[in-house]
Write a protein that binds this ligand. Structure first.
Ligand code: ADP
Ligand code: DP6
Length: 332
């Protein structure tokens, strides 16, 4: 048996990936920029059993996610990714996968990003495939678009590209560059009704989608420059603008996707109040889910957490700074 365990951080997008040009390859409609998180992560072990194809057919891959054995349809997305790895290594071995997220899955905290980054790196290493980070990024993207960014630590840009080899992430700055924090206000732990994958496919039905995509080049430049200069007062308004634009696209697509809950709106109003009335340098972004990511520098984390604790709809608070790319863990 060949086995490898990898921990990969989730990432929070400052400029979002929303909508696909090619759903089979997960080619996006624009570049996106994110920060890989240190303390919201997935640990995945992939063990390959060197069995002949016929035996594998009788005993399909075994997948345990967050302590639950996945069967049939639920396992299919991970099995499809294992098939990509088997094809690369030209083997037909059975896999046993055990994966654990340290945060709620499918609730807008990018479990698919850390999950598919960890699966890709652990699966390839266990097969003895020595792929460059760029090739790992392309491969992770096939499993989940945002996973291509979690192959790198720190501040990362996913280049839209035009095919399977050019649509890859690249590091902008390492984690040590800026001690920026993501304080996640969890207002619901429920899995969302429409997955990101389903949402990407309907983005183009919104009349605002094309306008959002056209508006991104200057916004991407602002975010790149603000990160380079460690300037939260430039970064903040840009990330809020794109989060609101993306949710505008979601709400006006067919079907209409409304990921927000009442608690989402409570947190958004509170952030604006804290900024305007109390001078806190804190800004929000929201992925495809109800939970709000508050972005601030390290010295604002305490005051932000303290205020969030007073809000009725906040059930849990997760805090993370920038983290490394995927790390191989010792076998236990
Ligand atoms: P999220 O907001 O959590 O990223 P998505 O809809 O993008 O939500 O992704 C959720 C899906 O990602 C899950 O339904 C599951 O298929 C997949 N996923 C979650 N955790 C993992 C994991 N650790 N390994 C592999 N896939 C995972
Ligand atoms: C709103 O990467 O989760 O979080 O490729 O279908 O797995 P799939 O989608 P996913 O979409 C992420 C959407 C987002 C924005 C972002 O992370 O860029």
């Amino acid at each position: 048996m060949r086995k490898c365990t990898v921990r990969a951080g989730s990432n929070i997008a400052f400029i979002k990936y929303w909508g696909v040009a090619d759903p089979a390859l997960n080619l996006p409609l624009s570049n996106s920029i994110s920060m890989t998180l240190a303390d919201a992560y997935t640990v995945t072990t992939v063990a390959w059993e060197e069995r002949p194809a016929q035996a594998r057919g009788e005993a399909p891959d075994e997948i345990v996610l967050d302590g639950v054995r996945l069967e049939g349809e639920a396992a299919q997305r991970i099995v499809a990714h294992l098939d990509r790895l088997r094809a690369l290594a030209q083997v037909d071995w059975r896999a046993r996968v055990v994966s654990q997220n340290n945060f709620p899955a499918a609730a807008g905290i990018a479990s698919s990003a850390s999950g598919f980054a960890a699966l890709t790196v652990a699966g390839c290493r266990a097969l003895g495939l020595e792929l460059s980070p760029t090739r790992l990024s392309a491969l992770a993207r096939r499993g989940s678009g945002s996973a291509c960014r979690s192959i790198f630590g720190g501040f990362v840009e996913w280049e839209q590209g035009h095919d399977d080899t050019t649509s890859v992430a690249r590091p902008l700055f390492p984690a040590e560059h800026w001690d920026l924090h993501d304080v996640v206000a969890v207002v619901s732990r429920a899995a969302k009704a429409v997955s990101s994958a389903g949402g990407h496919q309907v983005a183009a039905t919104s009349p605002f989608n094309a306008a959002r995509i056209a508006s991104l080049p200057p916004l991407l430049a602002t975010v790149r420059d603000a990160i380079a200069a460690r300037d939260i007062s430039r970064l903040g308004p840009a990330i809020e603008q794109d989060a609101l634009a993306m949710h505008g696209v979601m709400m006006t697509s067919h079907p209409s996707l409304l990921y927000w809950q009442p608690g989402t709106v409570e947190v958004l109003h509170a952030v604006r109040r804290w900024r305007q009335e109390e001078g806190l340098a804190v800004y929000f972004t929201i992925d495809a889910g109800p939970n709000v990511h508050l972005i601030c520098e390290q010295d604002q984390v305490g005051p932000v957490v303290q205020r969030l604790q007073q809000l009725a709809s906040v059930q849990q608070i997760l805090v993370s700074g920038p983290g490394p790319g995927p790390v191989e863990l010792d076998e236990h």
